[in-house]
Each structure stands twice: as C-alpha cells, then as structure tokens.
Design a protein around this ligand. Structure first.
Ligand code: PAF
Length: 316
C-alpha cells in the first residue's frame, strides 16, 4: 500500500477542519489537503491545539461540485450523517474508480449503503477527538481522543493501517481494527441513551443522573441492550445489560459538563442525527420482532422538532 498523501476532506465542520489542519502539518512529508464543502471557506484556517497554541495553515478550498485536481489518494466524508449520501452522489462523478473513501459519520445509517455503492474500498472511522468551531471561526481541539478505522467486513487491512499511520503521524492517535462494525454499534448505543434525551430536555449530559431523567435513561438502556444482544454486539467491557449500563453511565460521568452533539444541533437550529442513531436501532428491533416503545417515542419526538420538520434531508 503506497503512502496516502493527497487527502480530500468533505465537510468543513469542526471534525473535518480538525482532520484537515492536523494532516496539513505533515506538508513537509508530501501530504496535500483540500477541504470541500457546499461553499468555499477562507483558505487560511486556524486550529487551537489542546494546550492553547494557535496553528494557522493555508488549505486548498473547493466545493463538492467543482473539486480540485489532481484526484485524491483518499476521500474523507466528514459531513453530518443526513448529508452523506447527497455529498457522495455529487462527488462520485469526479472520482476515478477505486478511490478509497473513509466515512466518519455517527450512527450506522449511511455506512452499509455507501460501502455497497462506492466504486472503491470503503473504511469507516469512529473517533473520540473533541473539537468545536469557536465564535471567531477558529477550530478548537478541546481534547485528545482515539480514532479507530476499518472496513465493515474487516477487510482492506493494509489501507486501514496506512490511514491509521497517516492520522497518527499528524497528531490524531489512530489504530486499524478488524471489528469496526461492533465499534460503531457500541458508539451508537451510547449516543442513543444520551443524545435524544439531552436534546429533548435541553440539559447537559451530567443532568441525566438526576430525577426525572435517570429512569428514562435506564429504560432506553434496557431496550438498547436487548437489540444489541439480538444483533450479536457485545459491550466493550462486562456483559449484557450490566455492561451497557456501566458503559453509558461511565460516558455520562466523563462528559457531565458537555452539551452533547444533538443538543448543540438543536440549539443551533440544525437538523439532528436521530435517523442515523435511532433509525438503525428501530430497524434492528423490527427485524428481531422486539417492542421498543421508548426508542420509538424518542424518534417520534425528535422527528417533531421544528428544525427536523423543516429539513428535507432529514425525513422521518
Ligand atoms: O454526541 C456526543 O456528544 C457524544 O457522542 C457523547 C458521547 C454523547 C458525549 O456528549
């Protein structure tokens, strides 16, 4: 596997810009980065590192319907989950067949579809890197995390290793794994127990530990654990319901002061990623003949939010 030097990052949100700016620090090794969005951003972008150091880089900026040339060694799709299909459709026409694609979306919605549809190898990535775009448009790398990459069927190992090496060398600790499908479902399980409730009640993660929210979280965990058991996905530590319960409450404690991503979307008037997070759970429950009234109710409530009703890309 040759080195991955030319990267296109599609989706200039906080995570997309973080990846772009970290990769751009390896320019002396031949790494070239282009950042693509629906509109062209300012070429000069600043990242504030976790120790507070500002790092400014000039990036190639382009739009998805007029991408730069030459073609990339790899494309990173870092859009919101509900925008991934449309971005891929627009971009695919400009990519030579065989171009590797990396999907960075939350949930488990577009991953199987785009793995099937893309004319080239597809990897999925899941990360615990924390970043946000500050009011002065600088990207703040709030905390270091870990990125895992792999193909849904565990294949493309050399590509996953090369990508992990490239990210790691750019300051984003990363590792290739053979079980990315289980890792995506584990993250989805945590997201399903936290995100919809904090978005609906507009609370910080830590408040889920208090009444009246704690029993609501517990009820969701029980339904999620049942679906995971039927899907054959085990929690990362421990077993069954207790393992899922321990995982969710550990993440709640570790992120107590956070406004979770779905709450941030609601507060910013953006559509939420409920379809990518709750949708796969509802579909799996239906496949296995399981009743999941709490998850179904959360999905209905999120569908009814004004920002979701207004957005045709996020139908229910
Ligand atoms: O979506 C998020 O914000 C995060 O995945 C999590 C774990 C819910 C913490 O806020």
């Amino acid at each position: 596997m040759s080195e991955l030097n030319r990267h296109w990052i599609v989706g200039p949100g906080a995570l997309g810009r973080l990846i772009a700016l970290r990769l751009a620090t390896r320019a002396s090794e031949g790494v070239e980065v282009a950042l693509l969005g629906r509109r062209r951003l300012a070429a000069s972008q600043t990242l504030v590192t976790p120790d507070g150091t500002p790092l400014t880089r000039a990036l190639t900026m382009a739009t998805v319907d007029t991408p730069p040339s030459p073609p990339p060694d790899v494309v990173h799709l870092v859009t919101k989950a509900y925008a991934a299909d449309a971005a891929h459709r627009t971009l695919a026409a400009h990519l030579p067949p065989g171009t590797p694609l990396v999907l960075w979306q939350n949930g488990f919605d577009c991953q199987p579809r785009l793995t099937e549809r893309h004319a080239g190898p597809v990897l999925c990535a899941t990360t615990t890197e924390g970043a946000f775009v500050a009011s002065d448009d600088r990207v703040v790398h709030a905390g270091h995390g870990q990125t895992l990459v792999g193909a849904l069927d565990g294949g493309h190992r050399a590509l996953a290793d090369a990508l992990a090496r490239r990210l790691d060398g750019a300051g984003l600790p990363a590792r290739a794994v053979g079980d990315i499908r289980a890792r995506l479902w584990q993250k989805l399980a945590v997201n399903a127990a936290i995100n919809p409730l904090v978005a609906r009640f507009r609370i910080r993660n830590g408040q889920l530990r208090d009444r009246p929210f704690r029993p609501m979280v517990e009820a969701v965990i029980i339904e999620v654990a049942g679906i995971m058991a039927a899907e054959g996905v085990a929690p990362p530590e421990g077993e069954g319901l207790e393992g899922w319960r321990a995982l969710v409450w550990r993440v709640v404690a570790g992120t107590a002061n956070n406004r979770a991503s779905m709450l941030q979307d609601v507060l910013a008037g953006r559509p939420t990623e409920h379809r990518a997070i709750l949708g796969p759970l509802l579909a799996a429950a239906a496949r296995h003949g399981q009743e999941v009234p709490r998850i179904a109710a959360l999905q209905a409530e999120l569908c009814g939010l004004a920002t979701n009703l207004a957005d045709p890309a996020s139908p229910c």
